[in-house]
Design a protein around this ligand. Structure first.
Ligand code: BG6
Length: 484
């Protein structure tokens, strides 16, 4: 099966913070991959903008290096790279001052899609938004893309929303949560809403519980200053795990259309109960087989920041009453594994013998390391000798089911940037959604701050603190093994 690529319209994409890490690692290599795949039209122009004083040629040279570093070698033939670089230029811009804005304006064309990617600190969002409008650079219909962290609590998120709203309409604002760009996350919606099989059972009557795990092997990777002021709750739960929870728990939207989907996600967030302190486990890695301690990595010997969180969450509505959602995320875990596990209830009555007990069906939606969906079923063990039951996987690894091209899945950023150009906000967070997520998160953080909570130590390279296991044992359940 060959992936179908539909080219987008001509566009001018300005990347503020074009010399930064995110642009180098994700945005520019991602754009190149879309160019390589034939999705970028010849009329696509990418304009790097940053404070660094340099010419287009030296910007192109750094992008060439970034492509060589982050794009698979077989996609890096010199002609294609050169053709991509031809569409790139650079403008030195002072985000807080006046320098460079006229040059940027002169670079923009009429009658093409305009997008501005704010790959900069949130403290610069307001200044850039104001200058884009004030200098008459952003036209009506221009799109702006903003990165996380979108605030660090409800107040700061509200302030950011207000700052952007002063210059741009909500329909122009694309708040990125790159988890929404992951292929399997979108597949979760396809599985739920394009099959008859699951949706009738998708509720508390048939589902025992849901587990959402995002386990990483990496530590704070040179981002200690940012991470130590955030922790796993702000860095991962408030946004990425929350989005996975929403897509798993939401009601079917009437249409696959931005506001229909986002309305349903918002309802889930608003239905979340406050989390009891007994239902949360915070951890911080200490030196172990996976590497040095968090405190060494973060450069803060007294840090009380959590690098791991596990919690039990209730969605208080008719559909989910009585079915807990267990969330867990951590750095320096023993394997990189992200998945959503939907564990169904056991059949109500066993017609077989005690020895042949049917197991609960388990649907696993794997995000990482390999994308796929796995359904565990109970069947009869083949052969004579009476009725013996055995659990078998119905494993739908995309690569196996759809051919090797299907394994060449665009990176989340690639997909999302193309959606910006297409003007499709379905996979972007709306302002009210982000605020609702903070409104739920703030009291949790305030609770442990007030208690002077000390995160529980766990070995770097382990499955997290013991107490996280107890969180489920207590309910006669167990986490899925963290394995790559
Ligand atoms: C980012 C977090 O948003 O997501 C990082 O800031 C984290 O701390 C990363 O490592 C995880 O993304 P992915 O796509 O590698 O699972």
């Amino acid at each position: 099966m060959v992936a179908r690529v539909i080219p987008v319209e001509d566009f001018d994409l300005v990347i503020f913070g074009a010399t930064g890490d995110l642009a180098r690692r994700k945005i520019l290599p991602g754009l190149y991959r879309r160019f390589w795949a034939g999705q970028m039209p010849p009329g696509a122009r990418i304009i790097g903008a940053a404070r660094t004083d340099q010419e287009t040629e030296s910007f192109r040279a750094t992008v060439r290096e970034a492509i060589a570093e982050f794009v698979a070698a077989e996609k890096c033939d010199p002609e294609t790279v050169a053709a991509f670089l031809d569409g790139l230029s650079y403008v030195t811009v002072d985000a807080m001052g006046t320098g460079g804005w006229q040059a940027l304006k002169d670079r923009m064309r009429e009658n093409v899609v305009q997008a501005f990617y704010f790959s900069v600190a949130p403290s610069l969002f307001g200044a850039i938004a104001e200058r884009l409008k004030g200098n008459g650079i952003a036209r009506d219909g221009a799109r702006i893309v903003v990165e996380k962290p979108f605030g660090r609590d409800l107040d700061t998120a509200r302030a950011l929303n207000a700052t952007l709203a002063a210059h741009f309409d909500e329909t122009q604002i694309y708040r990125i949560d790159h988890y929404l760009g992951k292929e399997t996350v979108q597949n979760l919606m396809a599985v739920r809403f394009a099959n008859m099989l699951f949706e009738p059972l998708w509720n508390a009557q048939y589902i025992d519980h849901v587990q959402i795990t995002v386990a990483e092997t990496v530590g704070v990777e040179g981002r200690g200053a940012y991470y130590d002021g955030s922790g796993a709750m702000r860095d991962m739960v408030q946004n990425h795990l929350m989005q996975l929870l929403c897509l798993t728990a939401m009601e079917p939207p009437a249409h696959f259309e931005p506001n229909a989907v986002r309305d349903e996600k918002l309802k889930v967030i608003r239905a979340l109960d406050p989390v009891d302190s007994d239902d949360i486990v915070r951890g911080q890695y200490k030196a172990g087989p996976g590497g040095a301690s968090y405190r060494d990595d973060a450069g803060n010997p007294d840090s009380l920041t959590e690098s791991f969180v596990a919690m039990k969450v209730h969605v208080s509505n008719w559909r989910w009453n009585g079915t807990p959602f267990y969330l867990r995320t951590g750095k320096r875990m023993k394997a990189r594994m992200s998945e959503i596990v939907v564990q169904f209830k056991e059949p109500p009555h066993n017609i077989f013998t005690e020895a042949a007990h049917p197991r609960a069906n388990i649907l696993t939606i794997r995000l990482q390391p390999d994308e796929g969906i796995d359904l565990r079923m109970t069947i009869k063990e083949p052969g004579p000798g009476g009725m013996r039951l055995v659990e078998v996987p119905m494993d739908m690894s995309f690569a196996e089911a759809l051919g090797p091209e299907a394994a060449d899945i665009p990176d989340a950023y690639e997909r999302l940037i193309m959606d910006v150009i297409r003007g499709n906000q379905t996979l972007f967070m709306r302002g009210d959604e982000v605020e609702a997520a903070w409104a739920w998160t703030d009291p949790i953080i305030a609770g442990w701050t007030a208690r002077d909570d000390v995160p529980l130590p766990y070995d770097a390279g382990s499955a997290g603190p013991e107490d996280a296991l107890i969180l489920l044992y207590r309910d006669s359940r167990r986490w899925r093994e963290i394995a790559g």
